[in-house]
Write a protein that binds this ligand. Sequence first.
Ligand SMILES: C[S@@+](CC[C@H](N)C(=O)[O-])C[C@H]1O[C@@H](n2cnc3c(N)ncnc32)[C@H](O)[C@@H]1O
Length: 281
Amino acid sequence: MAAIDGLPPLREVIATHGLSARKALGQNFILDLNLTARIARSAGQLAQSDVLEVGPGPGGLTRGLLAEGARRVVAVEKDARCLPALAEVAAHYPGRLEVIEGDALTVDLSGRLTPPVRIVANLPYNVGTELLIRWLTPPEWPPFWTSLTLMFQREVAKRITAQAGDDAYGRLAILAQWRAEPRVVLELPPEAFVPPPKVSSAVVHLDALPGPRFPANLRTLERVTAAAFGQRRKMLRASLKGLTPDIEAHLAAVGIPATERAERVSLEAFCALAQSLDGAN
Ligand SMILES: C[S@@+](CC[C@H](N)C(=O)[O-])C[C@H]1O[C@@H](n2cnc3c(N)ncnc32)[C@H](O)[C@@H]1O
């Protein structure tokens, strides 16, 4: 029996195309089309947007995005075995799905997407974190994307949304919250995937801010937070002394106690410290 979008159910697609999940590619598929539709809806205004989907696999989330009205979807998939299944989705939605066989870490997408661009992905966790950092650190801001809606291991989702004082607070929270507005929109148990992974997952949605939340130079902010969180249990006057001999004066200038530890310092205070180190205050 056809699924709600008129295409075959995903279990049938997987059986027809012999898509046994490959661990090396982080393949944990979502086969429930109600769930992929929910994830697609959490990406926001799809009707006016081009969507970059990374890792479409057998096409469950792709179908959700198209059924929910995405203007166009450009999908990058590394596993060539998935291409025939994705071609069937493309035929069902003429002119709206372009599938690129390639590695999301190296593929050239220039000229393929028209703003506003929303990025949506259920990716292997390591690839997802690397891409998130890359999407948050382009040389120019605002970036080419309007929002990111990404599946992560629940622990990583916590690291992205953590506040000063939380155990999970660190460089990822600072970077994500400096340039974007992240929030967890959905939590998923292992059983939501086939095969089930060992850990729970969460979908994080990040809206790009028009400009950084507080002024700071990206490279300086990264240097400061790398040093501070590299030795997160140490007092800042110790963990940051490698940056400049007069670190205590800079800390005092921006009102951060020299005895404070990185995990208790707000994003705003880290930005002020970066500005002070750059002579901008
Ligand atoms: C967790 S599965 C999700 C598949 C599908 N989106 C879903 O929700 O059921 C991850 C997908 O990403 C693909 N993938 C893994 N590494 C990739 C990479 N570097 N570039 C593009 N796709 C990749 C895998 O082949 C797989 O199809």
